[in-house]
Design a protein around this ligand. Sequence first.
Ligand code: FAD
Length: 319
Amino acid sequence: MKVTEHIKNASKTLFSIEVLPPLKGQTINSIFETMDELMPFNPAFVDVTYHRQEVVYREVEKGLMKRHAVRKRPGTVGICASLMNRFNIDTVPHIICGGFSKDETEDALIDLNFVGIDNVLVLRGDPEKGAGIFKPEPDGHAYASDLISQVVELNKGNYLDQELKDTSKSNFCIGVAGYPEKHFEAPNLKTDLKYLKKKVDLGAEYIVTQLFYDNKKYFEFVDNCRAAGIDVPIIPGLKPITSHKQLSVVPHYFHVNLPDRLVDEIEECKTNEQARQAGVRWCIQQSLELIEAGVPVLHFYSMGKAQSIKEIAQEVFGS
Ligand code: FAD
C-alpha cells in the first residue's frame, strides 16, 4: 500500500522507521533483529536507505595507492523484497541521483515495480565524500526534482527509449525530503522552500523531514510550507541522541541545531548509557507533543540501533 493511503486510512498518528542496509560483508540479520524488536508497535511502513559508491585509496605496494570505488552498503532492493516477504510490511526504498545515470535509474525502478513496491523516497544524495559539491553523473540528474520527473513519466508508461510501444505503467507514490532548519547548501529557507514546492508541484505526494530536536522548528516549517502553497502531508523525522559523541556528530552530519537544554542534559550524564536514556526521554517528549499536534506519522531513524526506538515506541505507541 502507498504511504499516502496509509495516512488517509489512519485514525491516529502512525509509526514508521528507517533502516540502513548492513555494511558489505555482513548478513541481513541485523535488520531482521531491528524489525523483530519494532514490529510489535505496528510500523505502517519501513524506509530502506540507498548509499552511493565511495572512492577509497588502498595501498597496493609501499607508498603506491590504488583508487577503488566501493559501495559500502549495497542491497536496498533486496532488503525491501526480503522485509515484505518476512514481515508483510510496506517498504519505501530510497532512490538517489548521485552515482546513477537515467538509464540505471530506470532499470532500478523497473526492478522495484516487478518486486511489487509502490513507494519511493526520491532524493538527490549527498556530494561524494571529499568532493565538496554534488556532481551529477554525465547522464544523471542534478536535483531530486529531475528524478521525480523521471518517476512521474514512468508512472505514465513513458520510458527513456521512446521507441517502446504498449508499455506498462508503474504506480509509485513519491515522497521527498524537507529541511525544517533548511538544507545546508540552500542560501536561505525561502529558496529551499521554493525548490521544495517545485518537488511537490512535479508530483511528490508527501514530505519526510530531516531530523530535528526542537519541535518549534517543525511547526514553523509546516506553517511556512502551508504559506508557500505546499499542502501535502509533512512527516516529522526523529532520531534520539544515543551518546555524548553525538552532540558533535549529529550537527556535523545532519546540519541541525541542538537545543541548549538537550545539550545540558546530555553533558550532565556521567556515562553513555545515561546519555542514551536522556536522549530517549527527550525524544519521547518530542513525540508526545507532535502526536498532540496531530502529525500524520512519526518516522524514526533507527541507524541500526533498535533499543532506543523500542523504548520510545513502548512509551508512545504501546497500549
Ligand atoms: P534536492 O531537493 O535536490 O535539494 C538539494 C539542494 O539543491 C537544496 O539546497 C535545494 O534548495 C537546492 N535545489 C533543489 N532544486 C534546485 C534547482 N532546481 N535549482 C537550484 N537549486 C535547487 N541520502 C542518501 O544518499 N541516501 C539516502 O537514503 C538518504 N535518505 C534521506 C532521507 C531523508 C528523510 C532525508 C531528509 C535525507 C536523506 N538523504 C539521503 C540525504 C540527502 O540525499 C541529502 O540531504 C542531499 O544533500 C539533498 O537531497 P534532496 O533530495 O533534499 O535534494
